[in-house]
Write a protein that binds this ligand. Structure first.
Ligand SMILES: [Zn+2]
Length: 284
């Protein structure tokens, strides 16, 4: 396995591995592209990373499974994050936007299907064996986790979209046409009789929950910090309720921002990870 080590991670984990989260890397699904994705995610100015990225011929490791990658804020602590080359738009049948030159170059005018040769080769030769191996080593059942299952603390396999529905967020990969059920069926077959049969929920993690940001806290709050204070706001619709507030606060200098003025959620995660919230004043 190729390794492109990323500095974008937390050493260790706050919770046992519970979920495999599948993503699309929004890059062409072609041989050799996984390494390019991981080289991008290894830049320290990128607030993102993954444990693995796959393309039709390769699986590239970026963050050790024992450490915490940054891909799904709500499920980073107990997730193993797999980026797959490909686009959430695959299978939509729609035209590729003219400004997406990488996708246009690879596919011409229209998004291809997940049934086409390269994505199928990636799913069969890289993704299924990788996920099966992870499930075997961590004792995870090869079952699909819908948002309600995630919220109930069950373990298994899901995608970023389902995490967004469960905990908030606007990422919708792997897209509506991604064959998640088929992939999980193949993982189950690959595991044969070795798969755990129990889908009992992991113990609730209420004690640690307030320490993870951007994360739904006991089902109804989001947490953000500034250098001196923190605030809790109701969860709910990301686009309608959460994001506008963040943008307003960022403009007013009430929370940390990126260079372009957008809310710096990565830094917030960092602060809370270091328990610095304990020294902050709460202002709602
Ligand atoms: Zn994602």
């Amino acid at each position: 396995m190729i390794r492109v080590t990323s500095p974008n991670m937390y050493v260790g984990r706050r919770r046992p591995v519970r979920v495999v989260v599948l993503h699309t890397a929004q890059a062409p699904c072609l041989p050799g592209r996984a390494e390019g994705v991981m080289r991008y995610l290894a830049n320290d100015y990128v607030d993102a990373s993954a444990h693995y990225c796959t393309d039709p011929d390769n699986t590239v490791a970026g963050v050790d499974e024992a450490d915490t990658a940054w891909a799904t804020p709500s499920v980073n602590a107990d997730g193993i994050q797999i980026e797959q080359t490909g686009y959430a738009e695959f299978g939509s049948g729609e035209a590729i936007p003219t400004d997406n030159t990488a996708a246009r170059q690879a596919y011409g005018g229209y998004w291809p299907s997940w049934d086409s040769a390269m994505p199928q080769r990636m799913l069969r030769t890289q993704v299924v064996p990788l996920v099966a191996d992870i499930c075997r080593r961590h004792g995870l059942p090869a079952v699909l986790l819908e948002p309600a299952d995630l919220l109930a603390g069950r373990s298994g396999i899901t995608d970023h979209h389902r995490c967004s529905v469960a905990y908030g967020g606007d990422h919708w990969d792997c897209g509506g046409a991604y064959p998640l059920v088929g992939v999980i069926d193949d993982v189950r077959r690959a595991l044969g009789g070795a798969q755990p049969t129990s889908t009992e929920p992991f113990p609730p993690s209420t004690i640690e929950a307030p320490m993870h940001v951007g994360q739904d806290i006991r089902g109804n709050l989001w947490l953000f910090t500034s250098p001196t204070d923190y605030r809790l706001i109701p969860a709910g619709d990301w686009e309608k309720d959460v994001n506008p507030k963040l943008i307003r606060w960022a403009r007013a200098g009430l929370i940390r921002t990126n260079d372009d003025g957008s809310p710096f959620i990565g830094k917030v995660l960092d602060d809370v990870w270091n328990d610095s919230i304990l020294n902050l004043r709460r202002i709602d």
